[in-house]
Design a protein around this ligand. Structure first.
Ligand SMILES: O=P(O)(O)O[C@H]1[C@H](O)[C@@H](OP(=O)(O)O)[C@H](OP(=O)(O)O)[C@@H](OP(=O)(O)O)[C@H]1O
Ligand SMILES: Nc1ncnc2c1ncn2[C@@H]1O[C@H](COP(=O)(O)OP(=O)(O)O)[C@@H](O)[C@H]1O
Length: 304
């Protein structure tokens, strides 16, 4: 995807107590690649930073995350900046310290739309033609008679269909796409559903390197431990968020949580364990259930 270098105007700093340190990375041309996600949302900044189109919900999450035990597992957040009259959230570019990295985006959780989106779909249904077209491109038989007549589907219906077609519903995560160091890009995982299919895709991503699998497994277990104690995690419905896996030929690995555009704070009386199955109203997102399955699958890729 195209990304461009830019001169920034800082419109708001971190009023959250997080330090805004002296840049550790020199002001030089930065490398960045987008695996999946909305096109045109990002710009590459200086000093190893990345700009993502401003989303208030995501900003609020990053401000809270900068004060939470999860801080080491998310990109460092540097406030809001303006570029060509548009606002952006500025964060660390996670690829900065890798050499020609391989990158994978894994969407975690058993539900990919917010409960509030379900309410809106009921109150003000807005069938979408673009989603109908994406659906029939994968499976011409998928739409119902009514959907076929309208040539349109509701977003929540499309999202549920994507969940059951992939491993989201059965394993609590799905591979969205990856890019290998040799620039090979793989994004055709809409039907990757079984443990065996996921394992095969993962093996291709790490090019059968046991050392890399070990590295990721260690980091995922650390992340799980921290998630189980995090105040942020206990008090938020985390939907549509991904784990970004990055490694390079030196054997270095890194896993970070990204994309908090659909992560919302819960009402004060409610907390989640992220493992209980979702039933409408309980707000559970299956995040830890998915992470448990992911860890189990990676562990099974190692020699016994
Ligand atoms: O992956 P495909 O099948 O193309 O479907 C996409 C993803 O589910 C996006 O979720 P994410 O951003 O988590 O990857 C979602 O964005 P949001 O739900 O975040 O908006 C898009 O909704 P629209 O942006 O409404 O089209 C939807 O079209
Ligand atoms: N902090 C980051 N550092 C490096 N790459 C990133 C970072 N954030 C996002 N990306 C890249 O951009 C892609 C899309 O990011 P995401 O936040 O999920 O966007 P969207 O909300 O449009 O889905 C990721 O798969 C990854 O390749």
């Amino acid at each position: 995807q195209a990304a461009q270098e830019c001169d920034l105007k800082c419109v708001s700093d971190l009023g959250c107590g997080a330090s805004s340190p002296v840049p550790m990375t020199p002001k030089k041309s930065q490398q960045w690649l987008q695996v999946v996600g909305h096109a045109g949302s990002f710009h590459v900044g200086d000093y190893g930073r990345l700009l993502k189109r401003f989303c208030k919900r995501e900003q609020q999450c990053y401000l809270r995350l900068m004060k939470d035990a999860l801080r080491p597992f998310v990109p460092e957040y540097h406030g809001v900046v303006q570029l060509d009259k548009l606002d952006y959230n500025m964060m660390d570019n996670l690829l900065t310290h890798f050499i020609t990295p391989a990158i994978m985006d894994c969407k975690i959780g058993s539900r990919t739309y917010l409960e509030e989106e379900l309410h809106i779909a009921r109150e003000r249904p807005q069938p979408r033609k673009d989603m109908y077209e994406k659906m029939v491109a994968v499976d011409p038989e998928a739409p119902s008679i009514q959907e076929r007549a309208q040539q349109a589907v509701l977003k929540t219906r499309y999202m549920q269909w994507r969940e059951t077609l992939s491993s989201t519903a059965s394993l609590g995560f799905r591979i969205e796409g990856f890019r290998k160091a040799n620039e090979e890009c793989h994004t055709n995982f809409k039907r990757t559903k079984s443990r065996e299919q996921v394992m095969k895709a993962f093996d291709s991503f790490v090019e059968s390197s046991t050392q890399i699998v070990w590295g990721y497994l260690r980091q995922l277990k650390q992340l799980r431990q921290v998630l189980e104690t995090s105040d942020f995690f206990r008090t938020h419905e985390v939907v549509g968020s991904s784990l970004l896996f990055v490694h390079d030929w030196t054997g270095r690995t890194g896993v970070w949580m990204i994309d908090f555009g659909k992560t919302v704070i819960l009402p004060p009386h409610l907390t989640l364990d992220h493992r209980t199955p979702w039933a409408e109203g309980n707000r559970e997102d299956g995040y830890l259930w998915g992470l448990d399955n992911l860890i189990d699958i990676l562990a099974n890729m190692l020699p016994t």
